[in-house]
Design a protein around this ligand. Structure first.
Ligand code: MLC
Ligand code: AMP
Length: 507
């Protein structure tokens, strides 16, 4: 009997009156109060008839209640399915249908657009706002602060996180109690988190980084988080004196470096800065050290695996590398064609195996088989090499993927959408270097013969149907796409052609 995540993250802090969440309005919630709130959400889910294994999809603002709803799902055995708040109604329709969610929780302002979609999917609709209102908030508020804990085993699902796919269809990564707990334990140990820590948390909680890396580690440690609704330089600078540590995507650190108030003095009390989700330029690493005296600790992970490698806490944190495999994670570099393991120093596709590796893609056995080998190794699609000292270097991507400000964008999804628009014969989407987001989206469009493209109309359609971070920031009309003899679009040529578009715009 037991519930692995509940026992480690929540039951362990029963009755504990030390701070857990410092909120932007200046209030603080202690661990015991948070557990009471989580139990109220667990009871609310029971009242709604949710069963263990049912999916609870949430499209809500970051708040202490949103985190308590995650905890309530763990407590009742429901599978938590967080969705990027930037998704549009047409993007959400796919996730609701594909996951077969039993409950969808959205912001009260979005009910009008989502009522029909959820009704036709046979999914209950409730609301929860970022500032403490909504029908689920009210239902939870009327419930007792103690709830039954559903029995779960390590192999049971705790969360479903969608990650975009190279074919254009998003895939739900099934994450179990074992996956999440083993990773939180490894990270806590490697990064030395304890109840004395206060993590500055400005990441969204609908992705692996903000939810599993940051929140799970702090739930396990018994420490506290400064839980900001979103990242702004102003808020981070004003809360920094109360923090011991911070996690972020590279854009957080480049924006902080752009502010002269971010100094050695402002960061002198900090124990640790961690970066991930996208490559941290060696130049940023060096500028950061020159300015603050801190060496950022860079780590590497994925939605399907949570974290795989990390630079050392003690020892050399090497710029341009993602460090060593975590204690219970095996990594190997393989030939993309043959799958044969390569020797040290050779570049190939990185594969990982360990208790952190997900169970497979939701209702996609074929996709699972393509990416998860029978011997347990997951094919990451990242190109890597391991140097003579054992440091892993991510040197590129075998998959067609753009990472913008830490968000993944699969060009295929945007291309399928652009191709469907009036007058567009075909399109190609690539990432171009962007001074703020690292990379951003560029689209090349080829019109149908004899047609002139209506670019403002195309931009309108893009704004209606695609989340903001996926929208091309630069569109160019070409007579034809560059192709090789086999007819394959030469994306490298397009990347070269567009290499300066954002640098030039920023000047
Ligand atoms: C927002 N916008 C973006 C964007 N974020 N455009 C491109 N890339 C992004 N990442 C757009 C909005 O649509 C809007 O467009 C405009 O920028 C301003 O929006 P905003 O909300 O004010 O932006 P801002 O708050 O500045 O957000 C930038 C950011 C945010 C970097 C702070 O994107 C962020 O928090 N990123 C973190 C992502 C993350 O957590 N990734 C982890 C994935 S897990 P318009 O046109 O309306 O003006 C993972 C595994 C692992 O990868 O290893 O961790
Ligand atoms: P996601 O699918 O959103 O989980 O994103 C995972 C991808 O982000 C990985 O496959 C890598 O391509 C990339 N990534 C994460 N961390 C790093 C890092 N430190 N350096 C380079 N790429 C990273």
């Amino acid at each position: 009997m037991g519930n692995p995540l509940y026992d480690a993250f929540f039951a362990a802090h029963e009755g504990c009156k030390t701070p857990f969440l410092h909120l932007a309005d200046g209030t603080t919630l202690n661990h015991a109060d948070f557990l009471g709130r989580a139990a109220q959400y667990a009871n609310a889910l029971n009242v709604l008839g949710l069963q263990p294994g049912d999916r609870v999809a949430v499209h809500i603002q970051k708040s202490s209640d949103a985190l308590a709803l995650y905890a309530g799902c763990v407590q009742t055995g429901a599978v938590f399915l967080p969705l990027n708040t930037a998704y549009t109604a047409s993007e959400l329709e796919y996730f609701i249908g594909d996951s077969g969610a039993a409950l969808f929780v959205c912001d009260p302002g979005d009910v009008g657009t989502l009522r029909d979609i959820t009704a036709s999917a046979g999914c209950i609709l409730h609301t929860l706002s970022g500032d403490g209102s909504g029908s689920l908030f009210e239902l939870a508020a009327s419930q007792p602060e103690k709830a039954q804990v559903a029995t779960r085993v390590e192999d049971d699902l705790a969360a479903l996180l969608y990650t975009s796919g190279t074919t254009g269809r998003s895939k739900g990564a099934m994450l179990t109690h074992r996956n999440l707990l083993s990773n939180a334990r490894s990270l806590l140990e490697c990064w030395r988190f304890s109840q004395n820590d206060t993590l500055l948390h400005a990441l969204p909680i609908f992705h692996s980084h903000g939810l599993f890396v940051a929140s799970n580690v702090m739930l396990l440690s018994g420490g506290s988080m400064i839980f900001l609704p979103r990242f702004t330089v102003e808020d981070v600078l004003s809360w920094l004196p109360r923090a011991t540590s911070m996690m972020g995507v590279p854009t957080f650190y480049t924006r902080l470096l752009d502010d002269p108030r971010f100094t050695k003095q402002a960061t002198a009390h900090m124990r640790l800065f961690i970066s991930g989700s996208a490559p941290l330029l060696a130049e940023t690493h060096e500028r950061f050290e020159a300015r603050t005296g801190h060496r950022i600790l860079e780590r590497y992970g994925m939605t399907e695996t949570s974290m795989n490698t990390s630079n050392p806490y003690d020892g050399d944190r090497r710029a341009g590398t993602v460090g060593f495999p975590l204690p219970d994670v095996e990594v190997r570099v393989c030939d993309a064609e043959t799958g044969k393991e390569l020797t040290q120093g050779e570049v190939g596709v990185l594969e990982v195996r360990g208790p952190n590796v997900f169970k497979g893609y939701w209702r996609m056995p074929e996709k699972t088989k393509e990416e998860l080998r029978e011997n347990g190794f997951f094919i990451t699609g990242d190109l890597a090499k391991i140097d003579g000292d054992g440091y892993v270097h991510i040197v590129g991507r075998g998959k067609d993927l753009i990472i913008s400000g830490g968000y993944n964008i699969y060009p295929k999804e945007i291309e399928l959408f652009l191709d469907s628009l009036d007058g567009v014969l075909e399109s190609a989407v690539v990432g171009a270097p962007h001074p703020d987001f690292g990379e951003s989206v560029v689209a090349a469009l080829v019109p149908e013969a004899g047609r002139e493209l209506d670019i403002p109309a195309i931009q309108d359609a893009v704004r209606t149907d695609l989340a903001g971070f996926k929208q091309p920031r630069h569109i160019e009309v070409l007579e034809e796409l560059p192709r090789n003899a086999m007819g394959k679009v030469l994306k490298n040529q397009l990347r070269e052609r567009f290499a300066d578009v954002f640098e030039i715009q920023a000047d």
